[in-house]
Design a protein around this ligand. Structure first.
Ligand code: B1M
Length: 274
């Protein structure tokens, strides 16, 4: 697969989907409005990949990825399309006690094995260096699929990314800020029980006198703009693409605003409605 074979197909994935509708699609005909602009064979493999993730058949996940790339589907379309809907349905089943932890772990392995193939393709798009970002999943939290996607998208956008991994203690963020002098710090949290550590980590950044130096972006399933405002973060990022756009604005048009400045928060919030 050569570089110019990749990325010829434009498929709309940036659409809201209702989990109940998705459930109906999956349980009945799988006829759906999702990806209606994709060629029939591509759409068919999208559904197979989605289903593969839901069923956690991780040994077979990669067999769907290469045919899609060879058909010209962009790596990032795979993430925002069938991989996102597949893992969302897994989350719904877990919440409804239809799935238990072993099933979720197998689906997570599907996501990870697909990302192994996708990551080099996304990183290959790396633009010239635009800044540095320290990112990590917050202490107590082991979820890293979303954080890894954000990291790789930031890297492709030209950021030098220092990824601190999962369950990152606040002190490790401080040490990394001192060592790498990032303009951006990103916190990921997926649990309502760990999201509070975003606030605690930010408090330590303030206590250490580093708040002006860094723009703090937060994300993860339970995170919202209300939460970001409550803890005093500069921006909430609903997904990886928004995280990249906001990070770029922080080192571009808003580079002269200090971390924590109310105008910065307002400018970044306004980007959500653009
Ligand atoms: Co867990 N889990 N899990 N889990 N898990 C959730 C989060 C849950 C919502 C499932 C549910 O009930 N429906 C639920 C949390 C409920 C709550 O807190 N209210 C839950 C639970 C309860 C748990 C355990 C406690 C279960 C248990 O042990 N009883 C346990 C916790 C372990 C721990 O962390 N201490 C646990 C464990 C696991 C697995 C290990 C099995 C696995 C994680 C594997 C891994 O990550 N390596 C797992 C998974 C896979 C999930 C779900 C199903 C999927 C998460 C995911 O990868 N989504 C999840 C259900 C859900 O989220 N609806 C669930 C796909 C990913 C692309 O999206 O992470 O949201 P997301 O990232 C997005 C955006 O949020 C944003 O951009 C990303 C890309 O677009 N974003 C950022 C994220 N971080 C950002 C940082 C930024 C910017 C944007 O910084 C700049």
């Amino acid at each position: 697969m050569t570089d110019d074979q990749q990325g010829k197909l434009e498929i709309e994935t940036d659409m809201e989907f209702d989990l109940e509708d998705l459930k109906k699609d999956l349980e009945t005909t799988r006829k759906t409005d999702r990806w209606s602009d994709a060629p029939a064979d591509v759409k068919d493999i999208f559904h197979q990949l989605e289903w593969n993730i839901i069923e956690g058949e991780f040994h077979e996940t990669t067999s769907f990825i290469n045919p899609l790339l060879e058909a010209g589907v962009q790596a990032r379309t795979l993430i925002s399309g069938p991989m996102s809907t597949g893992i969302a349905e897994v989350g719904r089943r877990f919440k409804m006690d239809e799935y238990f932890l072993p099933e979720v772990m197998m689906s997570a392995k599907c996501m990870q094995s697909a990302l192994v193939i996708i990551k080099p393709l996304i990183i290959a798009e790396k633009a010239a260096s635009v800044g540095t970002c320290v990112i990590g999943t917050i202490q107590g939290d082991l979820h890293d699929i979303g954080k890894n996607i954000v990291s790789m998208m930031l890297e492709a956008a030209g950021f030098d990314v220092i990824d601190l991994g999962v369950s990152t203690p606040p002190e490790d963020f401080i040490a990394a800020i001192r060592e790498h002098k990032p303009q951006i710090v990103g916190f990921s949290a997926l649990l309502t029980t760990t999201m509070n550590m975003q606030g605690e980590t930010l408090k330590l950044i303030i206590a250490e006198g580093l708040r002006d130096d860094v723009k703090v972006l937060v994300g993860g399933a339970p995170i919202s703009q209300v939460w970001a405002d409550k803890i005093g973060a500069d921006a909430y990022c609903a997904d990886a693409l928004i995280a990249v756009e906001k990070a770029k604005a922080c080192v571009g048009e808003h580079k002269d605003l200090l971390g924590g400045a109310p105008e910065l928060r307002d400018h970044l919030l306004a980007m959500d409605s653009q």
